[in-house]
Ligand binder design. Structure first.
Ligand code: AMP
Length: 384
């Protein structure tokens, strides 16, 4: 359970440790620095997005226990921007400093089967699923759940990586082969009306808060746009927010929790996935809310009072993927910046690849539709 007697609050001026140095870590670091904290970040990559703005960058593999311990010794608390950190590293860090979210949370969410089993056992609605270790398991799972269905690797899957859709009998063998010997999870295909997510925070003191529901549109399994607040009935939004807070309490998360949902016609909500960290669907909170998800992560892991999550105006976010980059050089930023009411956030990545998240755009407006039109027009202008 949350331990209010832990050495909190951790106050501005202290150093915070960060495992993972991607864009989520960069935006966490910028928020922490703006509150007067120092940040030490660990990431395997050279010139990583968070390292560019952190006080100290540790370039080390996630399984480098000694490097993670060196990071931990120099800070007051450690947090993560990435859930797939090896268990040995997590326990080595947790033996030295408070770590939020805790290793028990990361253990559950690192593995789809564990995550879904945890949710189902706690009475939360999830997509029907079956474990798949052999081709025979897959045949039995397809017989039980029907087709279409989707086979996913149990570990290390994100943005649709490691997923195969099964639409007919010929798809089973290739999908099983694509698991490459890893354990899999077969999920029934959900004919959803829309996808949405709820981000909430739970502080080291036990205080909680939740943002309005975000409405998400994916392209090629990768988040494309988010509209804030989601265009769903108030009762459905309240249920989604209550469920996210209940999951955070059941998991005993300290820090952030994002819950991704499928909303079915008729109002039924199914949990698709959990992430114990800020989330791409919450990027609009930087420009559109009193407190961003990144500032809240700082407050929550430090045991400081949580900030107001109120939405100032309806907003929309559009991702900028590497596909928008020309073969050589940079996109023509002036074309985008001429859209003066659109905010550009770039992550400092020098190498653009198709599907790689390079930045995002946010706009505010009187309605979510108008905000969405603004970010789409600005992104289109970039395409030239
Ligand atoms: P995931 O990485 O599991 O969140 O999947 C990425 C995206 O693929 C989701 O956001 C959905 O758009 C789609 N997807 C994944 N699983 C299902 C499912 N069982 N039914 C329908 N769409 C799905």
């Amino acid at each position: 359970m949350v331990n209010p007697s832990a050495s909190v609050p951790i106050r501005p001026g202290a150093a915070l440790g960060l495992l993972g140095g991607g864009q989520l870590g960069r935006m966490f670091t910028l928020a922490a620095r703006s509150l007067g904290f120092r940040v030490h970040a660990l990431d395997p990559g050279h010139d990583c997005p968070a390292g560019q703005v952190a006080d100290l960058e540790f370039r080390a593999a996630y399984n480098d226990v000694y490097a993670a311990q060196a990071l931990a010794r120099g800070v007051e608390v450690v947090t993560v921007e990435f859930e797939n950190i090896p268990a040995e590293t997590l326990s080595a860090v947790a033996s030295l400093r408070p770590m939020h979210p805790g290793a028990h949370v990361l253990h559950t969410v690192q593995h789809r089967l564990r995550e879904k089993t945890f949710l189902a056992e706690h009475g939360f609605p999830v997509t029907p699923f079956r474990e798949v270790s052999t081709l025979k398991d897959l045949e039995a799972a397809v017989a039980a759940l029907g087709q279409p269905s989707v086979l996913k690797t149990a570990s290390f899957g994100y943005d649709g990586k490691g997923q195969s859709k099964l639409a007919g009998p010929d798809d089973l063998a290739p999908a099983f082969a694509a698991l490459g010997g890893q354990q899999g999870v077969l999920e029934a295909w959900v004919p959803f009306e829309l996808e949405c997510s709820v981000i909430c925070a739970r502080s080291a003191t036990g205080e909680t808060c939740v943002w309005p529901v975000a409405e998400n549109a994916h392209r090629n399994h990768i988040l494309d746009t988010t509209v804030f607040p989601a265009r769903i009935p108030a009762g459905v939004a309240a249920r989604a927010q209550a469920m996210a807070l209940a999951i955070a309490a059941a998991l005993d998360v300290v820090g952030m929790l994002t819950v991704e949902f499928f909303l079915k016609p008729g109002g039924e909500l199914l949990v698709n996935e959990l992430a114990p960290r800020p989330h791409n669907s919450g990027h609009a909170t930087i420009d559109a809310c009193v407190t961003s998800q990144f500032e809240q992560q700082v407050r929550a892991v430090c045991g400081l009072p949580l900030g107001d999550t109120a939405l100032l105006r309806p907003a929309a976010m559009a991702n900028l993927l590497g596909d928008l980059w020309p073969a050589t050089g940079e996109p023509c930023w002036e074309r985008l910046l001429a859209h003066r009411d659109v905010k550009l956030h770039l992550y400092g990545k020098t190498e653009a690849r198709p599907g790689r998240k390079m930045g995002h755009l946010t706009a505010l407006a009187d309605t979510p539709e108008a905000a969405l039109a603004k970010v789409l027009a600005a992104r289109e202008a970039l395409r030239g």
